[in-house]
Design a protein around this ligand. Structure first.
Ligand SMILES: [Zn+2]
Length: 510
């Protein structure tokens, strides 16, 4: 808001908000949804020793019989969780630690994430806060010095270089320096093909992941299928996919007045993109999906960050804004030509109708990709377009459900699939030997994903009143137990404090 302050957000501060890890912790009488796509089972006791799941003892399925019956209430910390569900901690595969114009502090963002059961995030780009800041936060989170999810830091291609890449060798050297600095991957937007290809291949050689937002400005030269063939790890958003399936053109039909730097133009025309591609079920459509699946390229669609385009009023009026959206974020969301993603300067029925059709086609592609064996993940890209941290990932789960996956399949995308994307065999599954990164909820998310929202789900009670139910109860990371409701209460307090400090009235109506 003020240009005098650093755009870099205040770093995380407090590592003492959780309890544990424990020598032994038992989550008693729970139903397990393990994240692999296996159906729920229970009642079960999940036994955690320090930061690891030691065993899961269930009446019909004892994964470690030597432990069964040996756990007594005297030698372990026991949480009696009858009626609760235990899932792997969620992984937001496209999550930015916002900068100071998007929230008051990293604590605000971290507690929104953990308050929604998110125990791991992938930070593709670390653009405003920078890679050194983000790597430092990642290290502090790994050491549990701060209350934050695990952070996987990707460097934005070319960041810190100060001049364009002149040769493929320049690109390879830059990639190598990112590996030395400790980055987990490289985030691309597009580049001249020979430079781009060299960078992707060098990253792969060095064991770094690669992710690309195929910017409209570069996609005529390099689309999603091009980069997949080079070995790209993941396709972010939907850009570059329709362009891989153009049958009767090479470049989208832009109006003569189109200006890429005008975000109203950019997002309006993006809403017309999928209809220009080959139709669902056509030969080109099917072959494209089959090739992406065969190449092992992951897809991280972040459906939620564009959903305001099909119903701007709904996104602006999301129920959570009242209590959870900090004034900085709200200001950042307001239509303005200089603020990324704030393109609703004159957004009407025509744009929304186009986007509804765009979503129908895009979601069909997402569903078909998943059904044919593609590695599909869930990411929120929160911090932009009225889409808030934590809440955004839960909405992404609902949108994947809308795309045609079942809730069980959706949870697989946000847990074990994401762990596969990160190359982490120890995350994303509730199973002995895995890290104790878990989400505990009193409601069945398979029946209603809305119960995972921090503000819960509105349900009529026997006495006729309406009440909010659900919300994640505990988030466990490395065996450390966080009371998710109290983290969310902290967030609400931060929002109140910031509104008072900045003199912003609430609610944000105009
Ligand atoms: Zn992003």
């Amino acid at each position: 808001m003020s240009n005098k302050t650093s755009p870099i957000i205040l770093a995380g501060t407090d590592g003492s908000l959780g309890r544990g890890p424990y020598k032994r912790l038992v989550l008693k009488n729970v139903t397990v949804i393990d994240g692999t796509g296996a159906p729920a089972y229970g009642p079960a006791d999940v036994v955690i020793e320090k930061d690891q799941i030691r065993s899961i003892n269930s009446a019909g399925r004892n994964t470690d019989l030597t432990q069964y019956g040996r756990v007594t209430d005297t030698d372990a910390e026991v949480l009696d969780l009858s009626g609760h569900y235990v899932l792997p901690g969620l992984i937001d595969s496209h999550a930015h630690i916002g900068f100071s114009h998007q929230g008051p502090s990293a604590d605000y963002i971290y507690q929104l994430w953990l308050g929604h059961g998110i125990t791991t995030v992938r930070e593709p780009g670390a653009i405003v806060n920078g890679v050194p800041f983000t790597l430092n936060e990642a290290a502090r989170s790994n050491a549990n010095e701060i209350t934050a999810p695990r952070i996987f830091t990707y460097s934005a291609f070319g960041a810190g270089r100060g001049e364009p890449f002149h040769t493929p060798k320049d690109a390879e050297e830059w990639v190598s320096a990112q590996a030395d600095a400790g980055a987990a991957g490289i985030k691309f937007f597009g580049a001249p093909p020979e430079i781009f290809k060299a960078a992707v291949e060098e990253a792969t050689r060095l064991g770094l992941a690669t992710a690309c937002h195929h910017a409209v400005s570069d996609v005529a030269r390099v689309n999603a299928l091009t980069t997949a063939r080079w070995g790209l790890t993941s396709i972010e958003h939907g850009y570059g996919l329709p362009e891989s399936m153009f049958a009767d053109r090479r470049v989208q039909r832009f109006p003569a007045s189109y200006n890429y730097n005008n975000e109203h133009d950019r997002f309006e025309q993006l809403g017309r993109l999928w209809r220009e591609a080959a139709e669902p079920g056509s030969r080109v459509w099917d072959e494209t999906i089959d090739e992406l699946v065969a190449l092992g390229t992951a897809m991280d669609p972040t459906l939620v960050v564009y959903v305001a385009s099909r119903d701007a009023a709904r996104a602006r009026g999301r129920e959570y804004h009242r209590d959870y959206t900090a004034p900085q974020a709200w200001q950042f969301f307001q239509p303005h030509p200089d603020t990324h993603g704030s393109y609703f300067t004159d957004w009407g029925t025509e744009q929304e109708v186009e986007w509804k059709e765009n979503y129908r086609l895009w979601m069909t592609f997402v569903r078909d990709f998943y059904h044919r064996g593609g590695l599909l993940t869930a990411g929120s890209d929160a911090g932009f377009i009225y889409n808030l941290y934590g809440f955004g990932l839960i909405e992404e789960l609902e949108l994947l459900r809308e795309a045609g996956l079942t809730a069980l399949e959706v949870i697989q995308c946000a847990t074990s699939n994401a762990a596969t994307l990160l190359g982490r065999k120890d995350l994303g599954v509730v199973e002995p030997g895995k890290r104790a990164d878990l989400l505990v909820t009193a409601e069945n998310p398979l029946a209603n994903l809305k119960t995972l929202y921090g503000h819960g789900h509105l349900r009529r009670q026997p006495d006729g009143s309406m009440a909010r139910v659900g919300g994640v109860r505990y988030t466990i990371k490395d065996g450390i137990v966080f009371d998710a409701a109290s983290l969310r209460a902290n967030v609400r307090d931060m929002v109140t404090t910031e509104r008072e400090r900045l003199g912003v009235s609430e609610p944000y109506t105009r």
